[in-house]
Write a protein that binds this ligand. Structure first.
Ligand SMILES: Nc1ncnc2c1ncn2[C@@H]1O[C@H](COP(=O)(O)OP(=O)(O)OP(=O)(O)O)[C@@H](O)[C@H]1O
Ligand SMILES: [Mg+2]
Length: 162
C-alpha cells in the first residue's frame, strides 16, 4: 500500500503519469472515493498520459467511454454512479478483448459484473487538496506498486513512526 499527497490537480496528473508509465500490459483499476474526490481528474490525466488527445467525455450517462490507444488496444473509462444494478452492465456487452486498461469509477455499483481489480485507488479530501491510497489486488498489482516505489517522481507520504 502506498499513500500519496495530492495538494493540487498538477499532483494528480503527475500521479497518473507515474501509474501509466509503470502499468502492466493489461490493468484493471478501481477508482474509489466520494463525489468530487478526484476520480475523473485522475482518469482524464491518465488517458492524456497514454496519448489521448481528443475530448475525454464523462461516462456519467453512457457508463463507458472507449479510447483507442496509439500503442494498441483500448482504454476504457467507466462511471457506474448512475447504474441501477450490476445486471445493467451485461447490456453494455463488456466483453472487451481489446481492453488494455480499465479505469472504473464507482466500481462497487458493478460488483460481480466487472473484471477484478489489479489496483484499487482510494481518493479522499485533504484540506483543499486530495490524498490517494494505492492498494494492490493481484500479483500484477503488487509488482506494479513495487516499480512505483522505486520511481523518484513519486513521493509517498511516510508512515508515521510508531
Ligand atoms: N488533487 C486535487 N487537488 C485539488 N482539487 C482537485 C484535485 N483533484 C481534483 N480536484 C478537483 O475536484 C473536483 C472534482 O473532481 P472530479 O470530477 O475528478 O471528482 P470525481 O471523484 O470524479 O467525482 P464524481 O464522483 O462526481 O464523478 C474538480 O473540480 C477537480 O478540479
Ligand atoms: Mg467522476
Amino acid at each position: 500500500m502506498i499513500d500519496v499527497s495530492l495538494p493540487d490537480e498538477a499532483a494528480t496528473s503527475s500521479l497518473a503519469g507515474v501509474l501509466a508509465s509503470h502499468a502492466p500490459p493489461q490493468a484493471v483499476v478501481h477508482l474509489h472515493g466520494d463525489l468530487g474526490a478526484g476520480k475523473s481528474t485522475l482518469a482524464r490525466a491518465w488517458l492524456r498520459a497514454l496519448g489521448v488527445t481528443g475530448t475525454v467525455r464523462s461516462p456519467t450517462y453512457t457508463l463507458v467511454e472507449r479510447y483507442p490507444l496509439a500503442t494498441g488496444g483500448e482504454a476504457l473509462h467507466l462511471d457506474l454512479y448512475r447504474i441501477g444494478d450490476a445486471g445493467e452492465l451485461e447490456f453494455l456487452g463488456l466483453d472487451e478483448p481489446e481492453a488494455v486498461l480499465w479505469l472504473i469509477e464507482w466500481p462497487e455499483r458493478g460488483a460481480g459484473a466487472l473484471p477484478p481489480a489489479d489496483l484499487h485507488v482510494r481518493l479522499g479530501m485533504a484540506g483543499a487538496g486530495r490524498r490517494a491510497t494505492l492498494i494492490p489486488a493481484s500479483a500484477a498489482g503488487t509488482a506494479w506498486l513495487a516499480r512505483l516505489g522505486d520511481d523518484a517522481e513519486l513521493q509517498p507520504i511516510p508512515e508515521p513512526n510508531p
